[in-house]
Write a protein that binds this ligand. Structure first.
Ligand code: RIB
Length: 311
């Protein structure tokens, strides 16, 4: 597909992130003072849409915001990245999703999400968005699972590959995702899905095999944080390791989102998941070295510069 922009549909969540920088999160009953706070566009779905658009994808976003000021800011923000928001509905009955994210001095975060309008996405929203033609569909689990299964079934019937980022961890039925193209959890999601504690390459491989068996996925890609990524391909008993770049981490928010989006778009562009994962590692590294979700997502030129500086 070299030369043509990849047409991606992202079906998923969109949130306003309230981010507070502090030394350490409080214990129960304790109060601590933060250093700064800001409202930053986020949401796993919207982050993946923005990441893909900045890397050259032709991206359409399907989801819901509330009919409120955050909803307007977030919709405008997607349009500023040339994302088609024709299927981003404004919901009169629910507030825009909100995430509260304390970020500690070492870049560790915790994320609490109020889903609001994200939970109100309908089959009808998905049907309308899927009337257009796409090269692939990306989803996550921050919308109701029924909607994920519904969109997957439709995509499968239409022969469109689906890339599923399994964040946040939920009890999904892998049997309902039979034949998915790529399934990509992080370590804790892989544990939630398989019961295997994933903390090194061996346990990553065991979990990947279990996921592949249960979902019949063509590829399982486990995001292993600072270690990098592990690829398991159906029918191939060996796994491949893609070590992460070492960078100074400021904030890990959206690192996994940026990785999944970059892997998806480059997999279609290069026709090869391995080069796509290597590229996605660079995108994830740039993302963790900056604060916030969408402001930290790099453009293609920045990734090229980063990669040439590491040669
Ligand atoms: O993956 C990071 C995202 O998770 C944040 O932007 C937050 O909104 C939650 O969806």
């Amino acid at each position: 597909m070299a030369g043509e922009a990849i047409r991606l549909l992202v079906i998923g969540s969109i949130n306003m992130d309230l981010v507070m920088e502090l030394e350490k999160v409080p214990e129960a009953g304790e109060t601590v003072l933060g250093r700064s706070y800001s409202y930053i566009p986020g949401g796993k779905g919207a982050n993946q849409a923005v990441a893909a658009a900045r890397l050259g994808g032709r991206v359409t976003f399907c989801g819901r915001v509330g009919n409120d000021s955050n909803g307007k800011i977030l919709s405008d923000n997607l349009r500023a990245d040339n994302i088609d928001t024709s299927f981003l509905e404004s919901d009169d009955e629910h507030q825009t999703g909100l995430a509260v994210i304390p970020v500690e001095a070492d870049g560790e975060n915790r994320i609490m999400v109020f889903p609001g309008a994200n939970d109100a996405i309908t089959r009808c929203d998905i049907d309308r968005a899927m009337e257009q033609t796409y090269d692939a569909i990306i989803m996550q689990l921050e919308i109701p699972l029924d909607m994920v299964y519904y969109a997957f079934d439709k995509a499968k019937a239409a022969g469109i590959p689906v890339i599923l980022d399994t964040g946040p961890a939920k009890d999904i039925s892998l049997a309902k995702l039979k034949g998915i193209h790529v399934i990509s959890p992080n370590e804790s999601e892989a544990r939630a899905l398989t019961g295997i504690k994933v903390d090194d390459w061996d346990s990553g491989l065991k979990a990947a095999k279990k996921l592949a068996d249960a979902s019949d996925a063509t590829y399982v890609v486990i995001k292993m944080g600072k270690r990098g990524a592990l690829l398991y391909e159906k029918g191939n008993d060996a796994h491949e390791i893609f070590p992460a770049y070492r960078v100074k981490a400021l904030d890990s928010t959206a690192a996994g989102d940026s990785f999944t989006a970059a892997m998806a778009i480059k997999m279609l562009e290069y026709g090869d998941i391995r080069s796509a994962i290597a590229y996605a590692n660079a995108v994830g590294a740039l993302c963790v070295s900056r604060m916030g979700a969408q402001p930290s997502l790099p453009r293609a030129e920045e990734v090229e510069q980063f990669l040439s500086s590491r040669e």
